[in-house]
Design a protein around this ligand. Structure first.
Ligand SMILES: Nc1ncnc2c1ncn2[C@@H]1O[C@H](COP(=O)(O)OP(=O)(O)OP(=O)(O)O)[C@@H](O)[C@H]1O
Ligand SMILES: [Mg+2]
Length: 287
């Protein structure tokens, strides 16, 4: 699988929400809607989503709170079913919880009574495998996320960023081709968040997983993704898709690149036009 850094888009211009012709689609949503019904009340969360993610692509979704981002991720994972439409992963229709993927949520949800490495190994135990066979791999993954010396620490001995790194290692232990991340850095301070962003890009470049990454941060989306999907307020629709053609690794310098500035401004303008952001001048720092 080759690294796909899209350079064909017009930078701050729009791009299709589906993979180009001839490109293998790993995740494909066609006309997916979701309406939650509870106690006679309805919430129309998603409105006809057509979206695909190529194998090995890093796709980010940015959108206002409540627009259905987590709903969409859960539909891809098979944790929720769409009300209509069709979702496929690796060509197969998703109609039940999927096991061949890793998920990282905003909060790491570690087991307090297990060490870091044993938290990573939970994932293989749940799949009925012998954790002893995965111990070396778990240690290596912890090293890759910068926690080589912390394998035997308990969650309360780790910082928030470290805990989230354990959760990332846990999502990768079974080497699933698809990684779903739902605001994985949302609870972190700005500096840790920037470092996690840099480390995630390095990890992705090394593993070439297909990634669906959800964030509220426009900067983070543009700095990490091959394509950035901008969603409208609820009911969530694909408002526009951007293809930041920044060279990789994007590191810290990418923030100064013309294309980064143009793309983040274009996305900010969409949120201003939609009333998601308010402000007299440009909403600087509105990430
Ligand atoms: N299990 C559920 N039952 C009923 N309504 C739900 C459920 N999950 C989500 N919703 C509703 O669906 C809408 C979309 O929720 P969702 O969590 O997908 O949004 P989101 O874009 O992830 O928001 P945020 O950015 O705040 O995490 C919201 O109005 C929410 O109240
Ligand atoms: Mg959410």
């Amino acid at each position: 699988m080759t690294l796909r850094v899209a350079r064909d888009g017009a930078g701050a211009g729009a791009a299709p929400a589906s993979a180009g012709a001839g490109e293998p689609e790993y995740v494909a949503l066609a006309g997916v809607t979701k309406t939650y019904r509870r106690d006679g009340r309805e919430t129309h969360a998603l409105d006809a989503i057509d979206l695909s993610i190529r194998a090995g692509e890093f796709l980010a979704i940015v959108g206002p709170s409540g627009c259905g981002k987590s709903t969409l991720l859960r539909i891809v994972a098979g944790l929720h079913l769409g009300t209509s439409g069709e979702t496929r992963v690796a060509g197969r229709i998703v109609d039940r919880p999927q096991t061949d993927l890793g998920i990282v949520f905003q909060s790491p949800v570690l087991l307090a009574w297990r060490t870091a490495i044993d938290n990573v190994l939970v994932q293989v135990e749940l799949r009925g495998h012998d954790p002893r066979a995965y111990r070396d791999r778990a240690q290596k993954l912890l090293e890759q996320v910068g926690l080589g010396d912390f394998a035997d620490r308990f969650p309360h001995e780790l910082s928030g960023g470290m805990r989230q790194r354990v959760a990332i290692a846990r999502a990768l232990i079974h080497d699933a081709p698809l990684l779903l991340m739902d605001e994985p850095f949302g609870a972190l301070d700005a500096l840790t968040r920037e470092q996690m962003r840099l480390d995630l890009e390095a990890l992705w470049l090394a593993t070439r997983k297909t990634v669906l990454f959800i964030t509220h941060s426009i900067d983070e989306a543009v700095l990490l993704a091959d394509r950035v999907v901008v969603m409208s307020p609820r009911p969530g629709r694909v408002e526009r898709v951007f293809t930041p053609g920044l060279p990789r690794p994007r590191g810290l310098e990418a923030r100064r690149a013309r294309e980064f500035v143009d793309t983040t401004e274009a996305i900010t303008d969409i949120f201003l036009a939609r009333g998601v952001l308010h402000g007299a001048g440009r909403a600087g720092g509105a990430t």
